[in-house]
Design a protein around this ligand. Structure first.
Ligand code: SAM
Length: 226
């Protein structure tokens, strides 16, 4: 997909001013953020804002997350390229594309079929061929492809879904927002055998994880985005 030099520069500025300057150091993550064209994942009416320091609406009351949060969550997974990764909450497909550049294989689960189909189309157009988007309740994970060296949940869970902890490989990391619908803490869990170590990383505000091991419904007013 050919793009203008201006878009390439906007993306480079995004990486320098919003991501590197806030402490993201993993060069592979910085390279992925500088390479994947975020604007193609943003609906046309907001495309001029694609490299802004903000989450953006993608329809169905859902959002594409702020670039810095995408970079932070990706860095926390500490990927070196050999991993099988599970993402819960495909949304636009942008985070899945970033993960696809940094891991061997990515399964991304989305509960809204229209979003999943749209994301698949973009990933196909970008020739991202190691990411599979499936329609499912991601709070239950994807046992048929477990264990995962990395699991990222891009929707807010009331508590850590037990199936996701169970599907984490030994030495693997699980990154997710945990808390209320109005605000959460980004947590990073690392598995060592049967032990799990948890780091609480930063306050965040994601749309809710709706499902068996998430919230029963999405009750928030559509004004809290990430
Ligand atoms: N990662 C996305 C991106 O790069 O655009 C942003 C994700 S958006 C903040 C959260 C997504 O999680 C929404 O698309 C929502 O439909 C989805 N979601 C919520 N609950 C889910 C569940 N139980 N299983 C799968 N997807 C879910």
């Amino acid at each position: 997909m050919k793009e203008s030099e201006e878009l390439t520069h906007e993306r480079e500025r995004m990486v320098e001013n919003q991501i590197r300057s806030r402490g993201i150091k993993d060069e592979r993550v910085l390279e992925a953020m500088a390479t994947i064209p975020r604007h193609v994942f943003v609906p046309s009416e907001n495309r001029h804002l694609a490299y802004a320091d903000a989450p953006l609406p993608i329809g169905h009351r859902q959002t594409i997350s702020q670039p810095f949060i995408v970079a932070l969550m990706t860095e926390l997974l500490d990927l070196d390229g050999d991993e099988t990764v599970l993402e819960v909450g495909t949304g636009s497909g942008y985070q899945a594309a970033i993960l696809g550049r940094l891991a061997k294989r990515v399964y991304s689960l989305e509960r809204i079929p229209e979003l999943a189909e749209h994301a698949r189309g973009i990933l196909r157009a970008l020739k991202v061929d190691n990411v599979e988007v499936l329609v499912a309740d991601g709070s239950q994970g994807l046992p048929e492809h477990a264990p995962f060296e990395g699991i990222m949940v891009t929707a807010a869970a009331p508590r850590v879904p037990v199936p996701l902890k169970e599907q984490l490989a030994d030495g693997g990391r699980l990154v997710l927002p945990v808390g209320e619908q109005a605000g959460q803490i980004l947590e990073c869990w690392e598995r060592q055998g049967d032990d799990f170590r948890r780091d609480r990383v930063a306050p965040v505000a994601f749309v809710p994880l709706v499902g068996e091991h998430g919230w029963d419904s999405d009750e928030r007013p559509f004004s809290w985005w990430l």
